[in-house]
Design a binder for this molecule. Structure first.
Ligand code: GUN
Ligand code: FE
Length: 454
């Protein structure tokens, strides 16, 4: 019999397709020494009993207790790490004013490595405790503290994709918070990429540098051009904000005479490993360009309710073949939880479909066919996020990383309303998606390593 580094036994949920969730009842998950799922074994498979007999009394055999379930670890496609320090505050003014009044002054403080260390340590702990195993982060313009964030992810076992933010336009950005000039912005980005790639050599779960123009308004043409070239030279991920709200969307149209998507593409910034936050105002041509280039949308439903002046036509974008995942957008989104954002994604889509203005007749109030289900929101939080990042994560299947959260529905202090021992497992799944609190997340594993225990 083949040797496995670890075997886990229990019931798991994973996406079968964007709309369908599969319950894997009492499966065995055989994990190799690299933390990859080498095999999944159903109770009716012939090997099942042999594997159980061989492994069940060994140290590396893990059996879930009654009431516990595996979910794939969540993938957060959009976090501003420094903004954790203002989460839950400052949500009262429009984006442009919010950036200048609250956010840039806060981010400027991350030139101080001690302050950065305190915030970033706490944030990574929080996200892991919320079941988030992979995160696509914006840090700040500062090369050193951006690298510190990558090191903290590496050390805590979270799969971190980290960007040093580029904001080089002296007209658009305050003097106290921007890159000194275009040349230093590109040089710092290149040094950052090289340093993170070095760090990655000793990081089991992976840590990745990300080319990160904040958004078109913060960057000169030369910087955007240079960043496109750096991303190609080092084959990195790319992230930015795209067509988020009225002000930013119109600013780009005034500057380039086209939408963000085509402008970003001209600079070489729409690629398979690109993830663009928000994208509420994508036209159909923009969406086709996203699908063609493999660019993904990082959908941030809580943030959108405050800053995007709109609800994104998510179902429509999905039907056009655009890759989509979920993001918290800390701190424009107040919650560090992807559970909270999955719930809001469903709610916002329902409000888009039904409409909100009761002065209008029902048939004129909304946008038909806009709703998504909680199954689809789960897909976005897991498999969709993995596809967006072009990484083998987000599914509990062969050749995917063992990134899981162990959910306890029977916890004394936070029991889920499960009263029928024969309840359909997919109903239990829905209760988990809607009702789990961080307390119910008992353990979190990344790439076969335990990274959090409650
Ligand atoms: N656009 C540019 N910067 C930001 C940011 O920090 N948050 C959000 N939501 N949008 C942005
Ligand atoms: Fe953002």
């Amino acid at each position: 019999m083949k040797e496995y580094a670890q075997i886990f036994q229990g019931t798991a949920f994973t996406s079968q397709s964007p709309k369908e969730v599969k319950a894997l009842k009492d499966y065995l998950f055989c994990i190799d020494e690299n933390g990859i799922i080498e095999k999944t074994v159903a109770p009716e498979d012939i090997e099942y009993q042999d594997l159980l007999e061989a492994y069940q009394y060994k140290d590396h055999f893990h059996r879930l207790s009654k009431g516990q379930f595996f979910l794939p670890g969540f993938i957060d496609l959009h976090v501003h790490a420094p903004q954790w320090a203002q989460s839950g505050t400052a949500l009262d003014i429009p984006l442009y004013d919010w950036l200048n009044t609250y956010t840039f002054p806060l981010e400027a403080k991350f030139s101080d490595l001690e302050f950065a260390d305190a915030v970033y340590e706490d944030l990574v702990n929080h996200l892991l405790a919320n079941g988030t195993t992979t995160v696509l982060y914006f840090a700040t313009v500062h090369k050193e503290s951006s690298l510190l964030l990558a090191k903290i992810c590496a050390q805590k076992g979270q799969r971190g994709l980290v960007g040093k933010v580029v904001m080089d336009d002296p007209v658009q950005n305050p003097d106290y918070y921007r890159d000194e000039n275009t040349e230093t912005a590109l040089k710092d980005t290149e040094e950052f990429i090289v340093a993170v790639k070095e760090l990655a050599k000793t990081t089991k779960q992976g840590v990745y540098p990300v080319v990160t123009p904040r958004f078109i308004p913060s960057c000169t043409d030369d910087a955007l051009n240079g960043l496109g070239k750096l991303a190609a030279k080092y084959d990195t991920h790319i992230q930015s904000h795209c067509s988020e709200g009225d002000w930013e969307h119109n600013y780009v149209r005034d500057r380039f005479g086209k939408n963000d998507a085509f402008a970003l593409n001209d600079f070489g910034l729409l690629k398979d490993k690109s993830v663009m936050a928000h994208c509420n105002f994508l036209s159909d041509d923009d969406a086709d360009l996203f699908a063609k280039t493999g660019t993904a949308v990082g959908h941030c439903p809580l943030s959108n309710a405050y800053f995007a002046n709109s609800v994104i036509p998510l179902a429509h974008l999905h039907s056009k073949g655009v890759e989509i995942g979920l993001g918290t957008d800390i701190s424009a989104g107040f919650s560090p939880s992807i559970f909270d954002n999955a719930r809001q994604a469903v709610i916002s889509s329902r409000m888009l479909e039904e409409g909100v203005n009761t002065k209008l007749p029902a048939e004129k109030r909304g946008v038909p066919d806009s709703r998504i289900t909680i199954n689809e929101a789960f897909f976005l939080a897991t498999a969709g996020g993995g596809e967006s990042l072009s990484l083998p994560i987000g599914r509990l299947e062969k050749n995917y990383a063992w990134d899981v959260q162990i959910i306890d529905t029977a916890l004394d202090s936070a029991k889920l309303p499960l009263f029928d021992s024969h309840e359909n497992l997919l109903d239990t799944f829905q209760k988990i998606m809607y009702l789990v609190k961080p307390e119910n997340i008992r353990e979190v594993w990344v790439q076969g390593e335990q990274v959090h225990t409650h």
